[in-house]
Design a protein around this ligand. Structure first.
Ligand SMILES: Cc1cc2nc3c(=O)[nH]c(=O)nc-3n(C[C@H](O)[C@H](O)[C@H](O)COP(=O)(O)OP(=O)(O)OC[C@H]3O[C@@H](n4cnc5c(N)ncnc54)[C@H](O)[C@@H]3O)c2cc1C
Length: 393
């Protein structure tokens, strides 16, 4: 027997749940399917925090962040609690005239000036005087006070609870094995369950290639296994760390590619000891894959851990030891931009989150909702088109 829904959503990560939240009152029935549990560590949405900022080199993302912040605010009003914490964000380090996947200090400054985003400029000495961060002479900094951290785990829970409260269905622990397009969209689950719908959203994160190819799309997509770790800190330093990105130019053949990030103390503890989260924001070429198999990608290479430790113990003061380390996948495009598009009359997709999509969850959800309902999107979505030149193979 086939069950019928208005909308089927494949994937219950950030994109699947935020679009279900956006659609929850506009359609009668939604089915969300995920092969694992919500917040699973194989996808890209696991963990408790993600950064948000408007400090972007690309004016399109700066503008999208402004839209997103307005929608986050209205979701917070509905939730009755904050889903974000504003403690600012520091971009610091070198500027060598090239863009990284997170942008660059110089270009972000220009965009923030043009888009009237408040920020402070800092010298290396001022950075080290204000925070426990070691700098090199000539380094510079930008601080965006309104930026901060999204409570990502809590956001997933909020969307899930709201979607269930509105009477929609979430099926976890069963993989979608096929999707076929026609007058209706027919979906087959691994356990033999069949479901059909008028419309379908594919929000499969690092597994997107499978669905794109099934529907006839060959596009550039790489999976980068990203290393991050918790470090124990001295108790009296607890409230002194900022949220930061550090940019350093490295030679092409240097195994260290120079881009790192860190969070302030966000209440994480192990055995009573305070922890801060610090990560590498690049992956060695030899670990990048075109297909995603979690078990194959999840072994942490010791040389990568060593590079992270070297950075942390050289540049961050008051860190005692590494507590635990994790790998989590980025689904990367060649231009570090997303795909949010219509694949056929009835099938829509969000993919290629490129390590920066969580902060845009409300605009991703709202735009998917509008596409599904045949309404005009919030803003021009052509930079996120699946057919854009940068994604063609
Ligand atoms: C280490 C790390 C740090 C990051 N930091 C930031 C940050 O600071 N700020 C920011 O804005 N963003 C950040 N990001 C990016 C952001 O977290 C991701 O872009 C976002 O979570 C992607 O969500 P998603 O829904 O597209 O994919 P996912 O969260 O991976 O969800 C996809 C879901 O689809 C399910 N699925 C796939 N295939 C099937 C199938 N066949 N059947 C059923 N279910 C299926 C999966 O099980 C998974 O749960 C970071 C990402 C990582 C990994």
């Amino acid at each position: 027997m086939t069950s019928y829904y208005d909308v089927i959503i494949i994937g219950a990560g950030m994109a699947g749940l935020s679009s279900a939240y956006a659609l929850r009152k506009s359609v009668d029935s939604i089915l969300i399917c995920d092969q694992f549990q919500i917040g699973n560590t194989f996808g890209s949405s696991s963990g408790s925090t993600r950064m948000f900022r408007a400090m972007y080199s690309n004016p399109y993302y700066c503008q999208a962040a402004k839209y997103s912040n307005v929608l986050w605010e209205s979701q917070e009003k509905h939730y009755g609690k904050k889903l974000r914490v504003s403690h600012g964000l520091l971009f610091y380090g070198e500027d060598w005239g090239e863009e990284t996947i997170e942008g660059s200090i110089c270009a972000a400054k220009q965009v923030m000036q043009r888009q009237s985003i408040p920020f402070e400029e800092l010298t290396a000495k001022e950075i080290s005087a204000r925070w426990p961060l070691r700098t090199k002479p000539g380094w510079q900094g930008l601080f965006e006070p309104a930026a901060g951290a999204v409570l990502s785990g809590e956001s997933l829970n909020f969307w899930k609870n709201e979607v269930i409260r509105c009477g929609h269905k979430i099926r976890l622990g069963t993989k979608v094995v096929s999707v076929s397009d026609g007058a209706d969209v027919n979906v087959l689950l691994e356990d033999g369950t069949k479901a059909s719908s008028k419309r379908c959203i594919i929000a499969a994160g690092p597994w997107s290639r499978y669905f794109l190819e099934l529907l006839g799309y060959q596009v550039q997509l790489q999976i980068w296994p990203m290393l991050w770790a918790y470090y124990t800190i001295e108790r009296d330093r607890m409230d002194t760390y900022p949220q930061w990105f550090c940019f350093q130019e490295k030679a092409k053949n240097d195994p260290d590619q120079g881009l790192y990030y860190g969070f302030p103390f966000m209440g994480d503890k192990k055995n009573g000891t305070d922890l801060i989260k610090i990560g590498i924001d690049w992956a060695p070429d030899k670990l990048k894959r075109s297909d995603y198999t979690p078990s194959a990608n999840m072994t942490i290479p010791t040389e990568l851990l060593q590079i992270l430790d070297d950075f942390v113990f050289s540049y961050i003061e008051g860190v005692r030891s590494r507590s635990e380390a994790h790998l989590c996948p980025y689904t990367m495009s060649t231009d570090a931009g997303f795909v949010l598009d219509r694949l056929s009359k009835n099938i829509f997709i969000f993919s290629h989150g490129s390590g920066q999509a969580f902060k845009f969850a409300p605009v991703i959800g709202e735009n998917l909702k509008r596409l599904v309902l045949d309404e005009a999107p919030l803003f021009d979505l052509s930079p996120w088109s699946v057919k854009r030149a940068a994604l063609q193979v």
